[in-house]
Design a protein around this ligand. Structure first.
Ligand code: M6R
Length: 477
């Protein structure tokens, strides 16, 4: 322990270390700085890892090391010290994870299994978070923290990376257009070095399924620090974390946690956690609308009623599209570029569709707001570049169809993610989705896109669950 302590005092940068010494084979010394390290308490054994999925099949009792801590693990127990050599005392915690979640069932890949988990996630979300108040007969969103502070919130800033940022962008749409709260979404990696000027009465939301993304944690920590240094209480940090790991670094940093409760996700490509993050934003939008009175009860009830149909709708989509997207994948597995278009609430879904495809199939894909095509990206189009347009009935439906027409005029093969309705005959191939209220459409349009990406990557014979160069938790800057 003394030797490890001496060495780490000379180390720079981030690390999570586990050190063995042949002179004490029963002991292990672990230390961390700006990188996660958890200790699992198994039966007669300790297990160290950077992330809970690695140990969840061995134990559900964990003791996360906090930043700049060192621990000695021996058959007698665990001794934890901070880097100033002060002994630290705290109890292990139990992971709240259902037993079956980390098994692949009969699916070929975890990613496909996780896509199929989504109807259950919707069911669970409805049961856990949508509670009917029997006195008022109104539904309420059951978040476990005190939401009193929502009253004073005038604006929201959200920090996230990758797929979580796309969920946050749908969240922004809901929070602004449904709940009327000005909202900005930032790449966490940008926010931490160029944050916007501080404004009062701001809610900061960190979105991260793993709860360990270094950029997101750093952005939130920076925001807590700069807000806490101001005396005016209007500038105090108001924080929410949206995560799948309440025991993670973000769960320990922020007291108000929305647990997306998606169960462990093994596939590096986020699918079910994206879906569950979206649901959390629906919950927030409903909550804010009720508190601020920004939507009529009728509109809120209509949204809630649409959400209650989700488990059946998502199941129907999986049934309808699994085989057909496998067939489509046969025709498309050799393409080089794909363009995804969406508008309004489905623009982030175009971005997410493109991210899913590129990260697991290594095919270049880009998402655009459909109206932007004519400002440059249209130059890329010819018959070798398929265009996938998300067109859901609503305010921008005609616009998306006319943007698709512009692509067709350049010989692009058009795939539509849309209901069977007037206008959609323009598509060479239609991935049909049910005709529902536009507000909930992202929860449906993402499903065929996940399936298509999965089947293209699987058809190319790639390691779908562990794509090259990517990690499930990005714990480095
Ligand atoms: O754990 P997080 O949600 O913070 O992860 C953020 C990104 O690293 C993550 O979404 C990444 O883009 C995934 N590979 C997407 O599938």
């Amino acid at each position: 322990m003394v030797a490890v302590r001496n060495v780490i005092s000379d180390l720079e940068g981030s690390y999570a270390l586990a050190v063995l010494w042949s002179g004490a084979p029963d002991a292990l010394v672990v230390a961390r700085k700006q990188a996660p390290l958890i200790i699992g308490l198994g039966e007669g054994e300790f297990i160290c890892a950077s992330d809970t999925p690695a140990i969840v099949n061995f134990t559900k009792i964990i003791l996360p090391l906090e930043d700049e801590e060192i621990a000695l693990l021996t058959p007698l127990g665990i001794e934890i010290y901070d880097f100033n050599n002060e002994r630290q005392y705290r109890n292990p915690i139990s992971l709240q994870i259902a037993d079956q979640v980390s098994y692949k069932k009969n699916f070929k890949h975890y990613m496909l299994k996780e896509i199929y988990d989504q109807p259950d996630i919707a069911k669970y979300w409805l049961e856990k978070y949508l509670i009917k108040n029997l006195e008022t007969d109104q539904f309420q969103i059951n978040y476990s923290f005190d939401t009193e502070f929502f009253n004073s919130i005038e604006r929201i800033e959200i920090v996230a990376c990758g797929t979580s940022k796309h969920a946050a962008m749908v969240g922004k749409f809901l929070l602004e257009q449904f709940s009327g709260i000005p909202t900005n979404v930032f790449y966490a990696s940008e926010f931490r070095y160029s944050p916007p000027p501080l404004l009062p009465n701001t809610l900061t939301i960190g979105v991260t399924q793993s709860g360990e993304t270094a950029d997101t944690i750093a952005a939130i920590s920076m925001e807590i620090k700069r807000r806490s240094s101001i005396e005016d209480t209007n500038y105090k940090p108001n924080l929410i974390a949206i995560t799948n790991r309440i025991e993670s670094s973000i769960g320990r940093l922020i007291p108000n946690v929305i647990n997306i409760s998606a169960g462990i996700e093994i596939g590096v490509a986020a699918t079910k956690t994206f879906f569950a993050q979206l649901l959390s934003f629906y919950g927030l939008a409903i909550k804010f609308s009720q508190i601020k009175g920004s939507q009529s009860n009728e509109n809120i009830n209509q949204l809630i009623s649409e959400l209650t149909k989700l488990p059946a709708l998502v199941e129907e989509l999986l049934e309808k599209h699994n085989e057909s997207s496998e067939k489509l994948a046969h025709d498309f597995f050799n393409i080089k570029d794909v363009i995804f278009l969406g508008r309004g609430i489905n623009y982030p879904i175009a971005l997410e569709g493109a991210l899913k495809l590129k990260e697991i199939s290594y095919i270049h894909a880009a998402g655009y707001p459909a109206g932007e095509m004519k400002h440059g990206p249209i130059a890329l189009l010819d018959k070798k570049v398929p265009v996938i347009s998300i067109a859901t009935p609503g305010e921008v439906f005609d616009k998306v169809i006319s943007n698709a027409q512009e692509a067709k005029a350049r010989d692009a093969y058009l795939i539509g993610v849309a209901p069977q309705c007037n206008g959609t005959e323009i598509f060479d191939y239609l991935m049909t989705i049910p005709s529902t209220n536009e507000w909930i459409s992202p929860l449906l349009t993402i499903i065929p896109l996940q399936l298509l990406s999965y089947h293209i990557a699987a058809h190319r014979g790639l390691d779908v669950d562990q794509p090259r160069n990517l990690a499930k938790s990005v714990t480095v800057e």
